[in-house]
Design a protein around this ligand. Sequence first.
Ligand code: PLP
Length: 493
Amino acid sequence: MSEPTTYAGQRTLDPADWDAFRTLAHRMVDDSIEQLRTLRERPPWTPVPPATQAAISAEPLPHQPQGDAAYDAFLEHVLPYTNGNRHPRFWGWIQGPGTPLGMMADMLAAGMNAHMAGANQAPKLVELKVIEWLAELMGFPPDSSGIMMSGGTMANLIGLAVARHAKAGFDVRAGGMRAGPQLTVYASAEVHSWAQKAVEVLGMGNASLRRVPVDGTFRMDKGALATAVAADRKAGARPMCVIGTAGTVNSAAIDDLPALADFCAQEDLWFHVDGAFGALAALSPALRPLLAGMERADSLAFDLHKWVYLPYEVACVLVKDRAVHESAFAVTPSYLRDEGRGVIAGGLPFSDRGIELTRGFKALKAWLAFKAHGVDAIGAVIEQNVEQAREFGRRVTDIPDMVVAAPVSLNVVCFRLAPPSLSPEAQDALNKEVLLRIQESGIAVISGSQLDGRYVMRVACSNHRSMWGDYETLLVGLSVVRAEVESGVAPRS
Ligand SMILES: *Cc1c(COP(=O)(O)O)cnc(C)c1O
């Protein structure tokens, strides 16, 4: 990297020598592409070595330029030590692997450095177009409102804030929560942790979130929902929103969305759907019927960085009623007034649809991916993930004592070793040890969770790089590692 250029005593951070910068930049692109091309040659996850830990953590604030050495430090100490989510054998939690095109799109977006509150510029049109395309895919009307967000947590939070604005029955914006009765929100007990954070941030408190019990397939119990809403009304609270989940984080269960939509219509409640990853199954015509009823939501949140495989961060919330969406957030200070001409002609729609003013051009990677790959190709990979999950769910039970712990409704398989000779607690310990050794030995990254109070191993297939042979590797690994644990062999390192 070069010294800042000086001209008559003035400085800039643009390179003094553009050709030298171009050479460095080409190296950065080549190294990044090579890293992706060769992912399979390395284990999914390698713990951060002590030397790297020290190199990063012990460095004092750099006051003087290090030039190209800064990039070399990135290559040596940062690039190799991720949690592994790009790797073909990563199925932990529900993370996305990113794509090479998405990587370049983020570079292009950073190069443009567009300020995405709105204004009279092409990037605004791109975001509006992507929202319209996503609305079409999700069965929402073409004039739906929406905004690209950093992730599912934030997209869901926006949805819930709009729900509150629409259904509180008092002016929350002016008077806050003290201006009316206690508001209540309903979600299944399997709802993702975003919901608790959201009700807390919105000032409603964790007690306002009613966690409705689930049935044997981990879907919200509709009878229990009706009972809870009636009891709250009787007690003087004001029910305002039901959150349906299309693909729970634990087992990818899809709530009975048509029934929840009917219930919300009857009870005058806002219907919000958290479709963080599950909603993206709508890109596959074969899978779309599983999501029937989702199109009846008042608002729908989903993550393009999970099951459209785009690099972090990008999510979206759609809201059917644009006027309600914008009236939940719009504030126009004098310095941002739309004069009908000039740079901010057309206003700042995205500033009116959320809480951020300055935002990045997250829509670009979605726009490029849809155009370059075509949505049908992305849908076909999503379908492939579901087929992989179903096949893995069938094959994993070939391992003696292995049981599948929840129906494989989409792309998540929860399974556990349950040797009858062991107590449930000893089974939990066995599963946890096998799981950690699978991660630590570099075989694969899978994650653990609790279902019905018991520890389960979990494979979440939201990875376009995984081929069937990768799952075979895991199946073999599970048998080998389990035998090692049972025979008291120390962990490999
Ligand atoms: C991942 C997930 C979220 C949160 O999304 P982030 O992008 O991690 O903020 C919410 N709901 C469900 C069902 C999820 O799987």
